[in-house]
Write a protein that binds this ligand. Structure first.
Ligand code: FMN
Length: 385
């Protein structure tokens, strides 16, 4: 009952705004939310804030041991995470567990601070429950990121209420042939506070970045980062626009070089059947640069996880992301082979209740199928009942 009232509140406050592409700029809206989150995380022990957070956690968290699992050495209270790109500077690192997430991926962080691409650079496509972005890794840089995390006094890896991953990218000013040095500087600084780290070679908004998915480049990158002292579990995040052969090859090279997991997928340059759709700028999607996210990625996201499952051995950790917007789509991704799933665009459109909705849905499905733990669902290909 109270959950429904909350759902209505989010929809009443933001529903109209989010149901149209015009109106308040999407990035301004995101930054306003992040400012509130930053304040709450820094002050989460103050009585008023802590009582609000306690209330939030009783609405959003689901403490059910059937959702617990260990993946690449970390304990996950549930398999649902916040995808990279929402909390680029880690300002909410102390808070994501209150929203019910089992993990959150912070970043993308680059070694050099950078402003990103000219604005506007983030657009809602409400009718399609999608978004287009060409942010270009706007972030405060690895050194500032470290300070931001320290200020929040977050427990060290292993002792945290939710797992925190750190997603690393290449600074725009660093030439492609020096990419490994750039990623490695960030990792050396941030390794001690990362539960896991991600090599992001799949964002479409840094020129040439995706070419780092090539066999030679990725091998060099992984080997350099694996050599960093106290390197945490290392994952790679791949693009949806790779051919099936290229996905096979990346999986082979990644495993050969000791990668601990693969995240699929990042935003897409493909416009699917939406090429002629006009966005706020007055241009069609095929005329605009940037990566598409949300519902249009659902099918490809599922296909890539299934492909990766067959190209890797059966218990290789995969994280499924792209177009997940319901318990059913989360279930399908896990049943296809993902150990964990992440949400971004769906969470923005549906609101914070999407987290408990997904977790409740997963628990109920496990009961219907007679599974006792989420691990049993992974790769089972059991259909949604
Ligand atoms: C505004 C925006 C910014 C993003 N920034 C990043 C980023 O910095 N690093 C990254 O790896 N992925 C980034 N992503 C991609 C998401 O992490 C995710 O892979 C993608 O959006 C597909 O998931 P979704 O359909 O649930 O949004 C971004 C997505 C959006 C919408």
């Amino acid at each position: 009952m109270s959950t429904h009232r909350k759902k209505d509140l989010y929809k009443i406050l933001l529903g109209r705004l989010l149901s149209q592409d015009e109106g308040i700029d999407a990035e301004i809206l995101t930054n306003s939310a992040l400012n509130a989150i930053k304040f709450a995380s820094l002050n989460r022990n103050f009585p008023i804030i802590s009582s609000i957070l306690l209330k939030a956690s009783s609405d959003f968290q689901r403490n059910n041991s059937s959702l617990n699992q260990n993946v690449f050495g970390s304990h996950f209270k549930n398999p649902l995470g916040l995808a990279a790109g929402f909390d680029k500077n880690g300002v909410g690192a102390g808070l994501w567990n209150y929203f019910g997430f089992g993990f959150a991926e912070l970043g993308t962080i680059t070694w050099h601070a950078q402003k990103g691409n000219p604005k506007p650079r983030l657009f809602r496509i409400a009718k399609e429950k999608a978004a287009l972005n060409r942010m270009g890794f706007n972030n405060e840089g690895a050194e500032e990121f470290l300070k931001t995390i320290k200020k929040q006094q977050i427990p060290m890896p292993g002792d945290r209420p939710c797992v925190l991953g750190i997603n690393l990218g290449k600074s725009k000013i660093t030439p492609l042939d020096k990419a490994h040095e750039d990623y490695s500087l960030s990792l050396r600084l941030l390794a001690p506070l990362s539960d896991y780290a991600v090599i992001n070679v799949s964002s479409p908004n840094t020129p040439g970045l995706r070419s780092l998915q090539g066999t030679k480049q990725i091998t060099k990158l992984i080997r350099t980062l694996k050599d960093v002292s106290k390197c945490p579990p290392l994952l790679i995040k791949i693009a949806p626009d790779l051919s099936n052969e290229a996905i096979d090859e990346i999986a082979r090279v990644a495993i050969e070089n000791g990668i601990d997991g693969i995240i699929a997928i990042n935003t897409s340059l493909n416009r699917f059947n939406l090429k002629k759709l006009k966005i706020k700028t007055g241009n069609t999607l095929e005329q605009e640069n940037g990566g598409l996210s949300g519902l249009p990625l659902q099918k490809r996201g599922l296909e890539v996880i299934r492909k990766l499952r067959s190209s890797t051995n059966n218990d290789f950790p995969l994280i499924g992301v792209g177009g997940i917007s319901s318990a059913r789509t989360a279930w399908e991704r896990i049943a296809a082979g993902a150990s964990l799933v992440q949400i971004y665009t769906g969470w923005i459109f549906e609101g914070p209740n999407l987290v408990p909705d997904i977790l409740d849905g997963l628990i109920l499905q496990m009961e219907k199928h007679g599974f006792r733990n989420i691990k049993e669902v992974i790769g089972s290909e059991e259909p949604w009942k």
